[in-house]
Each structure stands twice: as C-alpha cells, then as structure tokens.
Design a protein around this ligand. Sequence first.
Ligand SMILES: [Zn+2]
Length: 245
Amino acid sequence: MSPKELNLEDARQETVCFGKTTIPFSVEFRPRKHMGITVHPDLRVHVAAPIGTDMEEVRRRVLKRAPWILKQLHWFNCFRPLPTPRQYLNGETHWYLGKRYRLKILKDDPTGVKLRGAFLEVATDFPKDNEKVRALVKTWYREHARALFQRRMDVCRALVPGLKQANPPLLVRKLQGRWGSCSKEGRILLNVELVRAPVACIDYVVIHELCHLKVRKHSPEFYRLLSKVMPDWEQKKAKLEHFQF
Ligand SMILES: [Zn+2]
C-alpha cells in the first residue's frame, strides 16, 4: 500500500497527550487546502487534513489547539443527560442561564426562592414536602423565564432588520419537543425550560422565531436572514440540542 493510499483510509483513530489529558481524535485526509479541527457535541474530535499531510504535523496541530479543544469538550460535557429526574432534594443540580446551582431547602418564613451564590435557595414552612418545593421552584422558573425572555426579545428585535418597532406578543409555556414557535398571527411561544440554557442559546431561539415574522417557512431566504442576524447560529443550536435537564 502506497503512503497515498494509506492517507485515503477513512477516519483513522489517533491520540495526543496534552499534559495529563489524552485527547482521542479521528483524522481523515481529503482534497482540501487547510487542516480543520471540529469538536462535536457528542464529544468526538475530528480532524480533516489535506491529502499528504504528515501524521506528525496533524498531531502538532491538535496539540497546539488542545486548550481550545478541551474548552469545547468541557462545554459540551456540561450538557450531557442527567442520570435521574429531579426529586427536589437538597444538593440537587438545577440549571439557570447555563449555570448550575445546587438546591438548598431551608425552613424559613417568608416562603420564597432566590439565587444565592452557587445555590438555588428555597425557603418554606415545609422543607420535607417535595411537592411544595417543586411548586415553588417551578413558579420561580416561570416568572424568571417570562421576564428574561421579554428582555431578550427587546434586545434581539433591534437586530432583525425592520423589526425594531414590532412588538410581537410573547407566551411562555412548557412545550414538548421544541424550544419555540411563531404563529401565523405573529405570536411567539417559548418553552419555559429554555431559561435553563445559556443566554446565547436563548437568543438563538428568540432570533429564530423573530426571523419567522419576516419569513414564515424554513426556506433559503429564512436561513439567509438568520445567518445575517446571527452568523454563528448553528453552533448555538448544537449547544442547545445537547443541553439536557
Ligand atoms: Zn422555525
């Protein structure tokens, strides 16, 4: 087998060591000008290199990009599925705007929920009553989602050409299997769960729905508009898709 044929083998598996961390990656040699490294949301690292590139050169490049690769891996890893559903117990993880908080349930008066440092604190007369705690947390999320989504909509509206003056009605609900929608009448519906995601991901959904006010269907025109308003929307979409809670 000539070296060239070897290079054409499909995606071979390699690793590099960066400090104490081993980074596995797949490499594929293609007719292209430059080397490209992609970190996928499922934590795969893939290198596409021009045909004929030396494997040592590939490794050198991966090592050079290692801090960025690890940052991407860490980011995607944060959004992997949780092992169990929420039980509303002390110490449990809850997400808000892309940050994780631990639930702290206190017997206290008045009843209420607030963020304090790394904790989502719930004050209640019945700290052992999971259902009460759940209802309090749910209300807190809903109220914060409503206020925050409205603020993001005001910010994002100014970015979409011709929408600055528009004031589309906004509804916040728990939706199954989608983050948002835009009705024929121009009403925007957002999933309350979205408030757990980073603001950049929320903006992506808001901008997507706002673009529907101008272009109804997912046509090339729609994606042209979306890319103009948010050039890196695909990255934000990928992050959001791998956000599990
Ligand atoms: Zn859409």
